[in-house]
Design a protein around this ligand. Sequence first.
Ligand SMILES: [Zn+2]
Length: 223
Amino acid sequence: MIERVLEIKFCGEVMMEKQKEVSQHGLTVTRGGKSQQAAVLVNLLRDTSMPMLNYLAEHYGLYRIPGQSKSILIERLLRQLPDTALNQIENDLIAGRYGHLSVDELLNIALVSDAQRSGRAGIPRLDDMDPEEVVLVDSSVDRWVYVMHGYDVEIDLDRRRLKCGCPYFEFSSRRQAICKHIARGLTMIPEVYARKALIDLLLSREYGGPHTPRWEFDHSQAA
Ligand SMILES: [Zn+2]
């Protein structure tokens, strides 16, 4: 019988989260793959209203404890629910936040958040780029390479990499902010992949922990 122990420590806005398996022999094994997911799930739960958390708890069979705090309820959910239920909850919370949004709406959220983090007033204009200046030079199942205005632009879902050679991206890439070429590229690749990329990017940025896979923002010209 293996018992899972979750230790959740809240330190201001920074969450330190460890997930361990403790066997009956007292051996402690860090759950490598799971801990990367766990940070996103815990932060999503923290960003979920108490009525919804209470609904989830009851839906998955936890008895109700009147007056319990949000952090205690989250801890109970994480401790007592099986992985399949936690995965389902994570998927539902992600779908609830982003599932109804179009590529343009997701892109707008990313661009507004970029602007807010860098203190800029506006977001890059996408309508000043002539479609004839956008050339697809290479593509595979989940990777697209364009030349736009003479700059190499690459979107690579598998490697979580966004790349552009423009001067704007030289600076914005350091702040994990996308340029108008990458934004335009995201509106040109198939919608299902664009939504997948943008949701993953927003999720890792808004809800990720220290071990959540991050997107690489690469400013270089070699495609
Ligand atoms: Zn660019």
